[in-house]
Structures are given as C-alpha cells and as structure tokens.
Design a protein around this ligand. Structure first.
Ligand code: ADP
Length: 923
C-alpha cells in the first residue's frame, strides 16, 4: 500500500534546480521518493522550518565520536571549502555551524541549536526545497557560493548496505554567481559572465563564459586595455590564479595551463586545431584553462553549455573604460538604477535575448565601418517600414527565450517546458523567415540572418508530436508527453484512468455499504489512497469483520483501508509509476535529440536577438525622429540639433522642452572650451555628443537632425571631483588618476569629454591643472575634445591654441532673474552668473546681498592685479622651457653612483676609463 502511494508521491521534487545529470537520471530510473525525515509531508509549518525536530539530534552515537551523519556532513563541508553547504535532508536543505549563522542572518530565518558536537550545541537552520530557489538567489546576491549536497541513493539502498548506514550524499553542484542557468536566479535582460583572468608576461588573457546561453569568448589584451575590457564584460564572477592589483577577483589556482587548456578545447569542440575559431595566444588559452577548471568544479559531473570560443580583441571595439561607462551612465544611472541610464532610454527590445544583445552592443561599439553600416542598413529597413516593424515586434514579443532554454537543457537542468520553448521558438523563427524573405532589397545582414532561422523543421515536428501544448517545469507529475506519441504510454495512462474511475466507484459503493454519506476516498503522500470518515461514524468500521482496516486516527476523522481499494490503488500506482518512467525516458531522448542541434539552435537564437535589436532601434528612432549617422574618413564630428536621450526623456515627462544643439569638430577645430553658468547645460551638451558617437558606432540611429562622424577608437569621459562620489581614494586623487589615463591613452582618433576637471582642489591648483590638461590634449593627444569649465581664465588659451575654440551656454538676466537658455553659442561666456544661480537655487536674500558685496571687492582687486591668471600670458615660455629641459648628464650620473669604499684598485682604474669614454661620447 505505502509502496503504491510513494511512487505516486515522487513529487517530492528534489530540487530540480540543482540536479546534476547523473543524479537526475538516477532519480528518473528509480522513481522513488526520499523517506521524509520530517514529522509529516505537509511542508513548512507556520513557525518556520526550524520548528521541526532536528535530524542530527535523532542520531544515536557513541561517546565523543560524531554521529555517522555528522561525520558525513563534516567531510562534505571540508570538500565544499569556501562555500556554504546545503545538506539535503528530506524536503529541506539544512545548514549547520557557521554556515547556519551566516545563512540565518542573510536570509532572516530562525537559527536553532540542537544536537551536540564536541560537547556544544550545533547551530542549524534550513530552507524548504520548494522555496530553495528564492533563498539561493538571496545568498548568491549577497556574494556567497553554495555547494549543494544531494542524497545520491534511496534510503532503501542505504539500508541494504547496512542497518545503520547513512544515505549517501554527494556535492552535485556548487552554485556561484557566474555559473547560473536558472530563470529564477538570472536577470532575463542581462548577460551573466564568468570571467577568468591570467597574466602571461606582458599580456592578460581573458576567458569569459555565459553558461546560461553558451556564449564563450577568449581574448589576449595589453594591460592598458584590461580595465575597459573588464568594464565591458561587467562579470558576475571574476577569477584569477593570483591577486591582481586593483581588481576584485576570487583566487582560483586550478587549470591555468595553456597547453592542457588547448588540448581540452580541441577535445571539447572535436577539432584538430583551434585555428578555425581564431588566433589564441598563451595568455588567452591559460585563462580558458582556469575557466574550464572552475566550471568543472561548479557543475561537477554535468558539463555546462559552451559554444565554440570567439576570439575577441580589444581592437574590435571602441575602448571605453570603467570611469567613462560610469560617468556616461551607460547601463546604470548615477544612483545605481537601470532607469535613467542610456540603456533604459534606448531599449525598446521585446525579448530578453534582444535586451542582452543591445546591452552588449552599446557596451562595445564597433570600429569596423562595414559592420556598423550593415547593422544600420537593417535598422533603416525597419525604420522605413512601420508595418513590417510592428508585425515583427508583435511576433517577437511572444517568443520564448530559446537561448536560455537551450542553456538549461545542456546543463542537465532543463525541463519539459524548455523543450516546449524550443519547439515554439523555432517554429516562430520559421514563420519570421518566411515573411522576411519576401522583403524586397534585403540588406546584407538580413540575408545572413535568414538561413539560420530555418532548417529546424524535423525537431519542431518531433517536439510538436511528443509534447503537450504547454509542458510543465516539474516532471514529477508527468503528463507532459502528448497522447498518441507512444501507444504503450497511452495504455498505461488508460489503466491508471480506469483505476481512478474504479476508485471513484468504490466511494459510492462504500457509502451505500456503510450508510455513511460523508465517507470519502482521499489521497495523500503518506497513506496513499484511503477511506476517511468522521470520527463519530468510525466505530462500525473499526469492527474486526467490517472489511476495513484502520490506518490512522486524527482529531475529527478516522482513516481506513479496504482490500478492493488497495487493489485499485496498486493498479493506479503501478501504472502511474511506469507511465512516469516512460515519460522520463522520452524526455531524456528528446533532450538528446535537441542537443544534437545545439549549435544551429543557438545560432537561430542569436539571429532572433539581432532582429529584435534592429527593430527596437528602429522603433526608438521613429519615436523621436532620430537620424541615421553618416561616417567620414576624417576625424570630424558634425552634429546638427543633437539631443541627450535621457535628459530629453526626463524633461518630456515634466512637459519641458529640450533645446537641441549643434556641435562641429574637425581636425582644424577639434577642441571646444565650453563656459557658462552652472546649470546652464554644459554637462548635458558634452555627454549628448559622447552618447551620439557611441550609439552611432553601436549601429543605432542617433538623437540628432543629422550626424557626420569620423570613427572613434577610444571614448573618454571625466567629471570634476566634486560631482563624483569617492571610490576609496580622495575624490581629487581619483580625478587626477583618471585624467592621467586619458593623457596616456587618447589618440588622435579618440573622443574626450572633460567636465570641470580641476575643480576638486583649490582655485589656483585647479586652474593650473585644467590649463595644463587643455594644452596637453591640444598639443599631444590631438583628439576631439569638449572641455567644460567655469575657469574663465582658460579662455585666454584660445589666443595660442589654433585648434581650440570658445563656446558658451547662453543665459540672460531678466528683471534681476537668471534665465538659462541651454543654448550653445560661439564665444566665451560674458560672466559666470554664480550669484544669479545661487539665487535661482533659493539662497536667502541676506546671504545673496553679502555675497554680492564680497564679489564687488574681489572684482575690484582682480582689476588692479590682473586676477588669479595674472602673468599667465608668459606661460608659453615656461612650457617651452619645460619641454627643452636638458637630458641628464651621463658622467654626473655615473659619478653619483660610485661608492668609493667598495671599489678595488683595478675597478677604480676601469671606472676612470669608462668615465673618460662617457665624456667623449657626450661631447
Ligand atoms: P551644467 O553642467 O552647466 O551645470 P547641466 O548640463 O547639468 O548644466 O544641466 C542642468 C539642467 O539643465 C539639466 O538637468 C536639465 O534639466 C537642463 N538642461 C540641460 N541642457 C538642456 C537642454 N539642452 N535643453 C533643456 N534643458 C536642459
């Protein structure tokens, strides 16, 4: 009896989330539930999991030695070094000792202390299996890693090994932030990178994998590009074999071996040489080795999904360092939210995969004009044909995320629903193909995408025949294989159905037989099918010859069994169990068939994402009249009526109008110095131009009436210290370090915006630094640059620096009030309007009056002395002098290095000859 009910109750889903493949198949084969160690099968009691009697304490043990279960726990815990250990017990994952303390604190669940170890109570807490996803998500988010120790045999099997044997457990998976595949733990609109870094000589190898979709990239880069590459990837988890200065990576030592890695990659992708994927140097391979070893450790026996590696180089895309990404608020606003970022203002994608691809595109704008134009051609197609765009977006909106479904299936954590998603997604892909191939004048990119959308017909047909229309995530209840797919399965189901009908018939019969109208046949996981009557009617059934067997007495009801019921229950149970097993076998087969086409499916997923991005950018462009950018060989930047997408959107929300502004940089006039009052719109102007070039090279239309742009290799944005929150170092120090990086890295093809650089220190220092930085950008970097400043004195530089021109944001005082026009005009600002801005901000009138009189005094002083920039007119001489500073004298240097007391006479003589030689060379 219990056997039958147990096989039906196999729904105790042992954490579908963490099942490794071997364990999953073990489970499917045996179809046996785990014995519940808890008092009942009713899930968590209202008081929380810790109210349950602790299983640890129930173990008998010899004096002083840990119980066998505790010994097993401790061994697993040692294996899970550095991770919290989720120890499977029945329907719970339990945590003990420090893990329990950490988890209880982080999850806000009750910490109890039961049982003993080394004479002290054992702290413990637990999470129920059915809610484990949510708890795991919180632990991972808080920066923990979690090792999952599952039961890998049934209690019956353990018993066979010996009466007191503890059920064998093994760590089947280590859940880490960078190795997730579960929908519940991932953001559907963001990639999830695990990145390994290896340093080999003067190169850094980067290996990046997003196992949720199988994306896999390898790169070898120069140290100067490391920051930008890491910022682009924005890894969920970063590992390195040794601590690296300035980089927060976990230390992971295994596998960083380029030769072994190359061998593994060849084996894994079944190729004789990796050349077909691109060129990978030792640094890249070394990183790949570390990454693979880490994935092995995290996933244990089941291999995560990896597509063939893509060779990345920092020369493929515009270099944008972390400080620039932050200051331009590309994916996150300054307040740390997605809202208010460029991405949020641009993203009109309708699928998760599209959102991920758009984020990747904006994070890595291209340098290859042909590729950019190819993307723009596709956007232009959808921008020009609103009907086609609307239709496409409507179709895409209903599309499942087949890339992630494939990732879960490949990782052995897939469900029938994932197969259903592949079926529906690939079927839709074919429909899109049929419609889009009728497009006249297909852009090249579309012609490239179309073929991968078809060719999945056989798989789609198979899945359509095999699966019910909406297959479930949970396999335990069965019912996901469609009727008509397998005659034997249909027969088993029919038998089960007959049994259930017979049981329903029995209920009526027992009622008549006993005269108890409230008699019911019920089912639960402990008793299976049973007869239940109110306690007051139970007596006649208790009689020895009643034909009923007593099973359980509860407060108001008494439960019985009967031979007929038992027989039918056995029939239902057996048929049910065999049907479940048959479904599981079909599921495994279907998964295998689908995975046989993993690469073409992943390619289709990519193509769908690309279509979504193109249609989304077209939608965005159509919404606000954005234009297609044109590119020019020269290092120019000609934007008419440019706008800032985020500020414009914010203003529109408050019904205010955004004032569009032109910007015209060329090789001859490449540096604009922008002055004007605070709040006048300087920062906005600077940023909108940086965003326009970024959008353009990412293959998007831009918020302007027209744009003619020369490609940019590196984009830099810096904001003066007081706007920038401290990141550990003093803000001024940060500002200077970041400015130094620009001066070191910007090339004549770079684009730089500098907003109030130098403001983070005293007036004199600040002016001096700003002055020198402008000179260096103009003379050395020779890049396109917009420089906003409130130092009026800098305008004098226009007299000397040919390619520098002066601009200002317009403002007017009208009836004593300041009116900010947000209009960029030629020439310097007439004055700073500081006090007018202070008035605008609501400074009290007495303070304003006082400030005015102080200002009058200062200005009088300035007129008399020439102001803080007095004497700067002589500066060119000093600058020239600094450049011509004589090289150090080698003879003097050699003399200074001599330590007379340590010289032998012979060495002294040699030294004299050397000095004579040096002198001769110098002369
Ligand atoms: P600044 O850098 O000169 O202090 P900001 O660029 O920070 O000024 O702009 C201040 C505010 O002015 C913005 O938050 C925005 O509301 C408004 N603003 C800026 N530029 C424009 C514009 N072109 N059109 C309309 N309003 C603008």
């Amino acid at each position: 009896m219990t056997g039958a009910s147990q096989s039906l109750s196999a729904s105790a889903h042992p954490f579908g989330l963490s099942l490794s493949k071997p364990f999953a198949s073990w489970r499917e084969k045996k179809r046996k539930p785990f014995v519940r160690l808890r008092a009942s099968g009713r899930g968590v009691p209202p008081g929380g999991p810790s109210l349950y009697p602790p299983p640890v304490a129930t173990q008998t043990r010899s004096e002083g030695a840990p119980t066998p279960m505790m010994a097993q726990y401790l061994a697993l815990k040692a294996e899970a070094e550095g991770s919290l250990l989720f120890y499977r017990m029945g329907d719970f994952f339990e945590l003990f000792f420090d893990d329990a303390r950490t988890a209880a604190h982080c999850l806000d669940i009750a910490l109890t202390a039961r049982g003993e170890h080394d004479g002290a109570p054992i702290p413990m807490c637990g999470v129920p299996i059915h809610a484990a996803d949510a708890y795991l998500a919180r632990l991972i988010k808080a920066g923990h890693r979690v090792a999952i120790a599952e039961q890998v045999e049934s209690p019956a099997e353990a018993k066979k090994r010996g009466a007191k044997s503890v059920v064998n457990r093994a760590i089947v998976r280590v859940v880490t932030a960078g190795t997730l595949t579960e929908e519940a733990l991932l953001d559907s609109r963001a990639a999830n990178w695990l990145v390994a870094i290896a340093r080999v000589g003067e190169r850094y190898g980067l290996a990046a994998a997003d196992v949720s979709t199988g994306r896999f990239e390898l790169a070898s880069i120069a140290p100067s590009a490391l920051d930008a590459e890491l910022a682009r990837l924005d890894a969920a988890e970063l590992i390195a074999p040794e601590p690296l200065p300035g980089i927060e990576a976990e230390t992971w030592k295994m596998g960083f071996d380029s030769i072994a890695a190359e061998r593994r990659l060849k084996e894994r992708f079944e190729v004789a040489t990796l050349d077909g994927f691109g060129q990978f140097d030792r640094a890249a391979l070394c990183a790949a080795g570390g990454l693979l070893a880490y994935l092995d450790e995290a996933a244990r026996e089941s291999l995560p999904f990896l597509r063939a590696p893509v060779a990345r180089s920092s020369g493929d895309h515009m270099m944008i360092d972390a400080a620039t990404r932050e200051s331009l608020e590309l994916t996150m606003s300054a307040s740390g939210t997605r809202a208010g970022s460029l991405l949020a203002a641009v993203d009109r994608s309708v699928t998760g995969a599209g959102a991920r691809l758009l984020a990747a595109d904006l994070g890595a704008p291209l340098l290859d004009r042909a590729r950019i134009e190819a993307r723009l051609d596709l956007v232009a197609l959808f921008e020009g044909d609103g009907g086609l765009r609307d239709w496409l977006r409507k179709q895409l909106r209903a599309l499942p995320d087949i890339g992630r479904a494939l990732g879960r299936l490949a990782a052995g954590r897939g469900s029938p629903r994932d197969l259903g998603q592949l079926r529906d997604g690939l079927d839709e892909a074919r429909r899109l193909h049929d419609r889009l191939s009728r497009t006249a004048d297909q852009p090249d990119l579309l012609a490239d995408l179309l073929p991968v959308l078809t060719g999945h017909g056989a798989l789609v047909d198979l899945l359509a025949r095999a699966l019910v229309p909406a297959p479930p995530i949970d396999t335990a209840q069965g019912g996901y294989i469609a009727e008509g797919y397998d005659a034997a399965l249909d027969a088993l189901r029919a038998t089960g159905g007959e049994g259930r009908r017979a049981i329903a018939g029995l209920e009526a019969r027992y009622r008549t037989q006993t005269g108890i109208a409230t008699l019911k046949i019920r089912h639960n996981n402990v008793l299976g099918f049973h007869i239940e009557v109110p306690a007051r009617n139970a007596d006649p059934l208790m009689a020895a010859d009643s034909g009923f067997t007593h099973r359980q007495t509860l407060a108001g009801v008494v439960r019985f069994n009967a031979p007929d019921l038992h027989e039918q229950a056995m029939r239902v149970g057996e048929a049910g169990g065999r049907a479940l097993a048959a479904e599981a076998a079909h599921f495994e087969e279907l998964v295998e068939t689908a995975l046989g086409r993993a690469e073409p499916i992943a390619a289709a997923a990519d193509a769908l994402a690309r279509l979504d991005v193109a249609a989304a950018l077209a939608e965005r462009a159509a919404e606000s009249g954005w234009c297609r950018p044109r590119f020019d060989e020269a290092a120019c930047f000609q934007v008419e009526a440019g706008r800032h997408p985020v500020v414009e959107e914010a203003l529109r929300a408050s019904s205010a109008r955004f004032v569009a502004n032109d910007c015209a940089l060329s090789e001859e006039s490449r540096l604009w110095l922008v002055t004007g009052p605070n709040m006048g719109g300087k920062s906005t102007f600077l940023r909108q131009n940086a965003l326009i070039i970024l959008l353009a090279q990412a293959g998007a239309f831009v918020p302007a009436a027209s744009a003619r742009l020369g490609l940019v290799d590196r984009l830099f944005s810096r904001v003066g210290a007081s706007d920038n929150l401290a990141r550990g170092r003093s803000t001024f120090m940060v500002e200077m370090v970041e400015t130094a990086a620009i001066l070191a890295q910007a090339s004549p093809r770079s684009f730089v915006i500098l907003d109030e650089v130098g403001r983070g220190t005293s007036t004199y220092d600040g002016l001096a630094i700003a002055w020198a930085v402008v000179e260096a950008i103009h003379d050395k970097s020779k890049c396109r640059c917009l420089f906003a400043t409130h130092y009026h004195e800098l305008t004098r530089l226009a007299e000397r620096l040919d390619a520098l021109s002066l601009h200002h944001v317009r403002a007017r005082e009208w009836k004593g009030d300041l009116v900010l026009l947000h209009e960029v005009a030629a020439g310097p600002a007439d004055r700073s309007y500081g006090i007018a801005v202070a008035k605008l901000a609501g400074l009290p009138p007495p303070v304003l009056a006082r400030a005015k009189s102080v200002l009058d005094r200062l200005e009088k002083g300035r007129a008399a002395t020439g102001g803080i920039a007095a004497g700067l007119d002589d500066l060119p001489l000093f600058a020239a002098a600094a450049q011509d500073e004589p090289a150090p004298d080698p003879v003097r240097a050699a003399l200074a290095a001599i330590e007379p007391d340590s010289l032998a006479p012979r060495e002294a003589l040699e030294l004299i000859y050397r000095l004579k030689r040096l002198q001769a060379e110098g002369g």
